[in-house]
Design a protein around this ligand. Sequence first.
Ligand code: SAH
Length: 344
Amino acid sequence: MKDLRSETQDSLKEALIDLGEKAFRAKQIYEWIVKGVTSFEEMKNLPLSLREQLGKLYYLDNVKISEQFKSEDGTIKMLNVLKDDEVIESVYMTYKHGQTACISSQVGCKMKCSFCASTLNGMSRNLLAGEMMGQIYEMQNITNTRINHVVIMGSGEPLDNYVETLKFIKMACDESGLNLSARNITLSTCGLVPEIKRLADEQLQITLAISLHHPMQSEREKLMPIAKKYNLDDLMSAVDYYTEKTHRRVTFEYALIEGFNDKDEHAHALAKRIKGKLAHVNLIPINSVKEKEYYAPKSHQIKRFKQILEDKYKISTTIRRELGSDINAACGQLRNQHISDVIS
Ligand code: SAH
């Protein structure tokens, strides 16, 4: 059985022609997919025989929300059960400018960043593009709203699942589909240099976010094993290449950890690293993960860090508003755990 939500309108057309069906059926089926239906019975304008045939070849319910955790700030964390019973999380956030979906790209993660919960159980598999779309469809169904921003910042390293992530981005931007603006999609990576260059060559208008977290090579390696494979100089060159190709401003994510990367000297070193780049810094006070001993700096130090970047170096800087931390839905708190673990 194949995942119907991973089909594009064109691939559906080919499949239907192979089945001896009329090509226009592809458009009808695609419209149902985009509406987020979860069964073939709902595709009312298709003949029963075709619905039955599709039901034998494809499945539609690729992610099922088994549990929802609602935060006081309106954020909802959702547990999605996949066809093979794997569990991933997605997060729904409301802002002034609309609804944002934070979606996962893999079941778990293998990047082993020391401060992140998503990596605790390793990575079991890549998600299909349709499973990334499915997280959005289900979110829209449950909340009865339209998603207009997507951040690929749930569990997983999207550039470690390059092909399906790219397919997802193209599907999400498809005019006859969700019709999201590429500019409203942010892809966050821990820094896979060859894939950043490959992504640059695609010349998409998405926002690239780089998980930087430390301006010094030797210290960054302690937090992020990937830094040993791709060093900071190479990462920065890849970022330059990305900007050259896309003319897009790159975001540097910097999780502030008390006593590790939050001092004035770090702010100065960070500024020097990114000076002259078309860049924005997003400071994230580190979120606690129960297995890890990391703490966020005091708020005055966070503000001071921001001020150094802004006042002295004129670098545009924001402090990420933490949503959903009361339900463990904030950055780095997502994990592939089953419902029983969540409740206990
Ligand atoms: N693998 C991708 C995307 C997932 S994480 C990446 O590494 O970028 C999304 C962001 O949350 C990344 O910047 C990540 O480093 C950050 N993050 C992970 N754990 C965190 C924690 N405990 N507190 C704050 N941010 C965290």
